[in-house]
Design a protein around this ligand. Sequence first.
Ligand code: SF4
Length: 504
Amino acid sequence: MSYIEERVAPRREERLGSCIEYGGTVGEVHKKFCGGCMKNKSRSFSQGTICQLLPAIAILTSLQSTVVLVHGAVGCGGVAHFMGQNVRFGQFNSGDKNPKGALWLSTNLKESDVVSGGEGKLKRAILAADTRYRPDAIVVVSTCIPGIIGDDIDGVVNELQEATSATLLPIHCEGFKTKIMASAYDAIFHSFLRNVVDGVDETEFSVYDNDAALAKEKIRRSRLVNLLNVSSMTGPDQQELTRLLNKLGLEVNMLPCDAHPDAFRLAPFAALSIGVCPTHDDYFMTYLEEKFGVPFVGGQMPIGIENTSIWLRQIAEKLGLSEAAERIIKSETEELNQALKPLLPHLTGKSAMLSAGEIRTFATAVLLQEFGMEILAVRPYHYDEFGGVEVEKLEKVNPGIRVNVATAQPFEAVNILKRAKPDLYIGHNSDNVWAAKCGVPVLPIYGTNSIYSGYAGAYDIARRIKRHFTNTIFNKKLEKNVRQPYRDNWYGEDPFKYIKAGEF
Ligand code: SF4
């Protein structure tokens, strides 16, 4: 992967042709993507979006013994406050009984710094963070201002690395650079691959000093797998996936979220890398395979009954554990189907609309189809080649499901909601608020302490949906008592009228 030679990871628009503007059906979306029809699209009217700093901060603040130094205006790091609860839960689940939350600092660049440069402030902040907190790593996150004024954060990091005990990692995350916020994943992995993984010493984890210890270590590594978690995976999600992998006799090296930087140093010694979201992990896993020969499994999100079984089968196949996997799948699905029996009559026949990151939206929709629910519309934040696997499953049931590829853009969501009138909306809270005001019951697609992944996640999602359907009066009253900011005539318009064709 030649990208690693570069100082900065490429934008996803270029690397994957990802797009955030589309309105159509699930039966067409992948064909249009592959045919190049979704390239260079734009909106002539757009209502906010999400900067790549949000997912970057979500991952980085979760890292153990790491200071996140946001180099920019103080507001750029503001999202860290919103992440605080997640980080504390993550620390608690990793064994810290007195979690302290996110450890982040800002260089607080002002107008005068825009004129005279921010490198001096950055140097002082790195040295202060190192002496004050003695972390194992300091990640320097570049935002729009240093990107525009040309601060050389790599130069500063190189200059100070000798003087600090922490490993310094420059991460290029300027918000203006990309419309695809998932580019943040590549920016983070890029820095860890260049600055941590590439420098790994083959003997660093060889704790053996005799033949027996060496043999034992080799056996351990033959069963060691990297599990690439995502920031929207909860502690219970991680426990569920670890439980299933442990049942296969595998030892888990979980990263990047909630991990210590040492987890990255261990990664090249694993027998297999396992993704839970292809949108999230491909950059890291592809490089690990190319440079260190660590194979990977990564096309499938283990959300949903069949999806979890496929995920397990793919892992087992790579490691020669297929028989064991089939036994696990049989006993787990039998138990799950038994548990779902009293819940499904409350779900079957109900309709839903969903929004979130690309794969999560599609995979959760596939799960609802397994419950016998009807999917009316899906709103992934972006679309790229990885969406095809789940889209194909949705298409088989109903090719007419509406697809709106959009990061935020609530005006499009509300227009579709008013037409579709689903029984349930499942999305992140920032999306759910619009559905709630339209009178539709909402369920968070991610909540810090709930479970969504694996077989246990499938059961719990069904349980929570059933509970929501028990009483829907709150949202009906909410709709009557709040007003939307849109004129009535907007609901008669084509929700995608502002999406413009791309230029070639
Ligand atoms: S878009 Fe730029 S200025 Fe705004 S939060 Fe993101 S990095 Fe900061």
